[in-house]
Design a protein around this ligand. Sequence first.
Ligand SMILES: [Zn+2]
Length: 141
Amino acid sequence: MTMTTTDTAARPAYAKASAGQPAHTPGPWRACHNGECTCGQIWSISADHPVATAIIGEWGDNLCGKAEDRMVYGSVSAGTAAANARLIAAAPETAAERDRLKAVNADLMEALENIRHELDHLQIDGIRGTIEPVPAVPVPA
Ligand SMILES: [Zn+2]
């Protein structure tokens, strides 16, 4: 797999080290040949090195490092391995989206708290607000 270093942008928040924890290799990550390659490797484009390998085919334990002593427990099909490789490769973007949604959720919770606070004041002041019922939306069959 040929990779080049093209992304020199600063690391996003999710990739920065925090106290006592190392940061992961920066993204973007890509599965070799979109996960269809039998190497199963997932590469960091910006760091230009592999970060993981998706298991393809039989998996198990290698006892004492000897192939003949291998204990096979199962097998991962090529299609599943390709999907796994693509899922792993999406980890940096998935983590960034998670962090973005956490921030959106925090903003929404703050807005809800502000609304609740305003409603509490309306009740204290004896002013009755009108809450219109929301009509039911028919669900397509
Ligand atoms: Zn490959």
